[in-house]
Design a protein around this ligand. Sequence first.
Ligand code: DAH
Length: 340
Amino acid sequence: MRDRIEELLNEIETFTASNLQHVEEFRIKLLSKKGKVKELFEEFKTVAPELRKEVGIKLNELQNKAQEKINHLKEKYEQADPSKDKKIDLTLPAENIAVGSRHPLSLVRNQIVEIFSRIGFTVSDGPEIEDDWHNFTALNTPADHPARDMQDTFYISENPDTVLRTQTSSVQVHIMEGTAPPIRTISPGRVYRNEAISARAHCQFHQVEGLYIDKKVSFADLKQTLLYFSKEMFGEETKIRLRPSYFPFTEISAEMDISCPFCKGDGCNICKGAGWVEILGCGMVDPAVLENCKIDSTQYSGFAFGMGIERIAMLKYQVKDLRLFFENDVRFLKQFKSVI
Ligand code: DAH
C-alpha cells in the first residue's frame, strides 16, 4: 500500500494538463467516489494497527497534494478560458435601467408652487376630511345657502357635520384662524365631489388655493400676481382677462381666462374658437370671511384664488380625457419628463 501511495504521489507531481477537461479527468481518476485515493482510504481499514499512523499520514498527504494540484491547474486554465473572458466583456453595452418619471399632476403642481414661491408665497395644507365650518360655513356658505348646490358634496353618513372637502378654500380658514396677517400662502391638495366620472369630470381632483392678506391689499395686486403667474406658466406673451363672477367667499369675484396658449388668441379647437380659456376663480376675500376667522376687516383686506391642477395639466399637455390622470397607465405616465 505504501508503494502505491508513493506511485500516486509521483504521478501527481509529474502530471500536466493542456486544458480544463484534462484536469477534470484527473480529478475523477483520483478523488471521485470511485477514484484511486478513495480506494486507498477503503483499504486503510485493513492496515495492521502498528502501521496505521504512518500510512494514515501518507494517505492524508496524498489527498491534500492531489487537491492542491487540481486546484492549481483549474485556476490556471479557468483564467485562460476564452469563454470566461466573454462573460466580463466590459465593452458590452449596459442593460437599460427603466427610470420612472413624475406624475404629470405632480409636475404641474410643483411648477405652480415654484412660481409662487419666487414671489414670497409659502406652501400650506389642511385636512381632506373636513368639518362643515371649514368647508362651507366660515366661507360664507351657511346651510341654507344656494351656493352649496354648486358643489356636490360627499357627506360622511354617521356624521353629517363631516365632509370630504370639496375645495381647498377650506385651508384658507385654517390658516386665517391660526396665523396673524400678513399671510401669503398657497395650498395645493386633493378635493372630492360627488360627480359622475367622465372625460371632463371626476369624483376626485386637485386644486391650488392662493391667499394673500395684509393691510391695503387691492384688486390690482390680485391682477398683477395672476398676470405674473400666467406668464411664467404659459409663456411671456400670455394675456389675462378677468370676468365678473360669483363665489360666496369673495366680494368682488371674478373668473380668469388666459389667451389660448395654442393659437395665441386667434381661435382654435382647444379654445373652441374663443381665443381665451378659463383657468381659475378669484376675488377679494369677503370681509365676513375675515371676521369669521377673527381677522379685523377694518384693518386688513386680501385676495384669494383657486385653480384646478388637472385643468392646467390638460391645457399644458393637451390631454383630452381627465380619467387618464387616475388610471396610472405607464404608457401615459412615461410621456411626461421634467426635472421639477
Ligand atoms: N373654491 C372655488 C371652487 O372650487 C375656487 C375659488 C374661487 C377659490 C375663487 C378661491 C376664489 O379662493 O377666490 O370652485
